[in-house]
Write a protein that binds this ligand. Structure first.
Ligand SMILES: C[S@@+](CC[C@H](N)C(=O)[O-])C[C@H]1O[C@@H](n2cnc3c(N)ncnc32)[C@H](O)[C@@H]1O
Length: 784
């Protein structure tokens, strides 16, 4: 799929539409002027008046007990030709429909609600007839009856299965000004509009045809609000002309924060970018237009249309030109993490079908390099991660230095003139016939084992490290064990062509491999990269444990030396929707590698689960961890994101934790996170605690993870209340085993129990829980 071109549309003023009269002429003229689409109201004020008077007479007849005058008898008239704004024609392909904002879909009065639903149904049916498939709907007016609104909306979504309804909302509440002082009052809940959308979407069970359209903010808004919206299906991003300011030449420009939001949205949503929708640019009284009209000679950017001899103002095209410039300059204002840029670019080039991207097919299951052979393209993608190989090379240099400082390996150091020829690793020239020729037997080889070299990038780096240290290659013996027979063909060729056969390349599974010659045992350095997104999920512990018997447990060095798994609660409505649409509950019990534009963590930190250190010394590969995390912000958790951090050697760290969990380079691109979904999303309000349980379990032939969550709030209760409630066991919400976890803040400070009678207790109350997922690895496991 090619990266999608960002489109710019326009919402003309109702007056402009009325003056032009022909919707076809208006849409075609505006698209000729450079807009991709035009938003028009489906019906006009005449329809509103007609509907309202029908409703009034219906209500009157109910009162009078007239014929058929029961609420069920309401039948709102369908719009007539003089009551619609859009007619058939080729232009409907570039027309977006706006549903009437005057209806009250959320009215608690059943009659008004039914009336509104019927008006909406009529408008949608007409839009469907025209082939206008994307419709914009105004937000609910009465937040106290949101359920009424969503119930009507839900029935509409089910009735019109090919229509997309986009609810328009401000990206964030606008701050109010204190009328007395004129000062801005800070926004209490910057996620309030997101919260409204989230409720609507949950009520409608993540319906695929329900999207959101966001209005750009008046003031700068917190970054976490933008990030939250980026996970949502944003169809239109509305930009009012009032958000623009004139630059020094009088041209309209956006301020920095509005520019950044647009760049972030179009970059992160490059696979399906929203349409940028300008409105208000055809206001005759527009400040910027007036300013420019008076200061500039050039009026060429003012668009007009001649209708019945009159000039109708279509707006100032410099707004459109500015947005085009913003889109064009987006690549030089990168808002993405290196891994996001890398994977989105690869995805955009992968020529995926659009519907595939939205389906469960786009959810990859994690690679299993142990049980499946990777293909050439996958290895090539790995090899693009220069930062990873640089870390490995540094770890190799550092570990080799430590080894050659040992008295027994002094002889490996420094050969006169060595390095002049032998370590040109791209055409390695070794003078001996074979690795053991000319080498006196009393020398101890420095024996290095590379496990799973793939196409050889780690071996290449190993030669670079040896060259850097100017070691005597004759006294180094390198064995490489690769289990995939297919990549072995490439690796053997590379060994002959570039490494002069210096590497003893073995095609075997390291777990069943046995050394054939003395140089193939007693390894001093073992290098591998069998790490998955969650650390141990590519079964590195199992593979590395099997070679410990051929190493010196006290002196051998393993790269990586250790790796730790982490988790964080994940927000991912997009993955949840895909899993839901699969109609297969078992899919909620498998693990995935998500696309990088469809997840975020709800907590700012990650919870550490477990660590594998090499050598392991014992064969216990089972692990489990029960940890807690604090979530400051509200949100819906759709799963857990798994990450890892690996220490390659003495402080050289690699990790895929996005905000870092240690001094790892920020530009690693190999590992997206690991995703463990929840069958039932979990709602959290602000400042809740999350308890996470994850287990790594094993059987002789496989390894799997199980996971579950619980959420808690802390309540401050006077001590008497706490004691009486818990002593009579009347409350099931108070954490019963947690009577141990009930604690007094003063008690923690060392004050005696007897002095606490009137103190406050903090009680940890469980507010939610999930089931245990993937019990006994029934749905997902990694084959051994
Ligand atoms: C993640 S890839 C890394 C490949 C290479 N190091 C790179 O950076 O491109 C893991 C490699 O280890 C190999 N492998 C996995 N388990 C193995 C085992 N038990 N024995 C030998 N090779 C194994 C796989 O075939 C694959 O080539």
């Amino acid at each position: 799929m090619e990266p999608q071109i960002v489109r710019i549309g326009i919402k003309p003023l109702p007056l402009t539409s009325a003056l032009v009269k022909s919707d076809r002429l208006l849409v075609q003229t505006l698209t000729k002027n450079g807009y991709s689409c035009v938003l028009l109201a489906i019906t006009n004020p005449r329809y509103r008046e007609n509907c309202k008077s029908y409703f009034q007479s219906f209500k009157d007849s109910i009162k009078e007990g007239g014929f058929g005058a029961v609420p069920g008898g309401l039948k709102v008239p369908f719009p007539r030709s003089n009551e619609v704004n859009i007619f058939t024609g080729p232009h409907t392909g570039t027309t977006i429909g706006m549903l009437s904002p005057w209806i009250e879909l959320g009215a608690n009065d059943p009659l008004i609600n039914e009336f509104s639903l019927q008006v909406l149904s009529n408008e949608i049916a007409y839009a469907q007839f025209l082939g206008v498939r994307k419709l914009l709907l105004a937000p609910p007016k009465d937040l106290n009856h949101l359920a009424v609104f969503t119930n009507s909306l839900n029935s509409i979504l089910h009735k019109f299965s090919d229509i997309e309804i986009s609810i328009s909302l401000p990206i964030c509440e606008d701050p109010q000004t204190n009328p007395a002082t004129g000062e801005l009052i800070p926004i209490i809940d910057p996620l309030s509009t997101w919260d409204m959308w989230n409720t609507i979407r949950i009520h409608c069970n993540y319906h695929r045809n329900l999207t959101v359209s966001l209005a750009s903010p008046k003031q700068n808004i917190p970054e976490h609000v933008v990030n939250r919206w980026l996970l949502e299906p944003i169809r239109f991003y509305l930009i009012s002309s009032s958000r623009f300011i004139p630059n020094s030449k009088g041209y309209p420009v956006l301020n920095k924060y509005n520019q950044l939001i647009i760049w972030k949205i179009i970059q992160k949503k490059v696979l399906d970018p929203p349409i940028l929708l300008l409105h208000g640019v055809d206001k005759e009284s527009d400040l910027i237009a007036n300013l420019r009209n008076s200061s500039l000679e050039d009026k060429s950017s003012q668009a007009y249309l001649s209708v019945d001899g009159n000039k109708v103002y279509l707006g100032d095209l410099s707004f459109l030109e500015y947005l085009k410039y913003l889109i064009k300059s987006s690549p030089s204002h990168n808002q993405l993490l290196p891994i996001e840029e890398f994977t989105l670019k690869n995805l955009a080039m992968a020529n995926l079908d659009r519907s595939e991207l939205r389906s469960i097919k786009s959810l990859q299951t994690p690679l299993q390099p142990l049980s499946e052979n990777l293909n050439n393209a996958t290895y090539k993608v790995f090899e693009q991660d220069q930062a990873k190989y640089e870390c490995y090379e540094r770890a190799m240099i550092s570990s080799l230095m430590d080894l050659i400082n040992l008295p027994r390996f002094q002889h490996v150091r420094n050969l006169p003139n060595f390095g002049a020829t032998a370590f040109n690793t791209s055409s390695l020239t070794v003078t001996e016939k074979g690795p053991e020729a000319n080498v006196q037997q009393f020398f101890e080889y420095l024996k290095i084992l590379v496990i799973g070299p793939g196409r050889g990038p780690l071996i290449e780096r190993l030669f670079a490290a040896i060259k850097f240290l100017n070691l005597d290659l004759d006294k180094v013996h390198i064995t490489a064990i690769e289990k995939s027979p297919t990549v072995m063909v490439y690796l053997s060729q590379r060994n002959q062509d570039f490494w002069n056969g210096k590497v003893d390349v073995v095609n075997a599974d390291v777990r069943s491999w046995k050394p054939q010659v003395p140089t193939q045992s007693g390894f001093h350095l073992v290098i591998s990269e069998l790490l998955g997104s969650f650390g141990c999920n590519e079964l590195s512990p199992e593979c590395l444990y099997s070679v410990e018997q051929y190493c010196d447990p006290d002196n051998s060095i393993f790269i990586p030396k250790e790796y730790t798994s982490f988790v964080a609660p994940a927000i991912s409505p997009s993955i949840y929707t895909k899993l839901l649409e699969s109609n297969d509950l078992s899919k909620f019990h498998a693990c995935y590698v998500p696309l990088c534009d469809e997840y975020d963590t709800l907590s700012s930190k990650y919870s550490k689960l477990w660590t594998f250190q090499h050598p392991l010394r014992n064969g216990n590969m089972k692990r489990q961890a029960h940890t807690t995390l604090h979530c400051h912000r509200k949100g819906t958790i759709h799963g857990l994101l798994g990450f890892f951090q690996a220490e390659l050697y003495n402080g050289i760290i690699i990790s895929n934790c996005p905000t870092g969990s240690g001094p790892s380079p920020h530009n690693l691109v190999s590992w997206l996170p690991f995703f463990m979904p929840l069958e039932q999303p979990m709602q959290l309000t602000d400042d809740q605690e999350l308890a996470i349980f994850v287990k790594r379990d094993t059987a002789p032939d496989r390894v799997w993870y199980e996971w579950s969550l619980e959420s808690y709030i802390y309540l401050a209760l006077p001590s008497e209340t706490t004691i009486s409630r818990s002593s009579n066991n009347s409350s099931s919400v108070i954490d019963q085993p947690g009577r141990l976890s009930m604690f007094s803040s003063t008690e923690q400070n060392g004050t005696s129990r007897s002095s606490l009678e009137t103190e406050e207790y903090q009680v940890r109350v469980r507010t939610g829980t999930t089931r245990i997922h993937n019990t006994n690895g029934m749905f997902h496991s990694m084959k051994l």
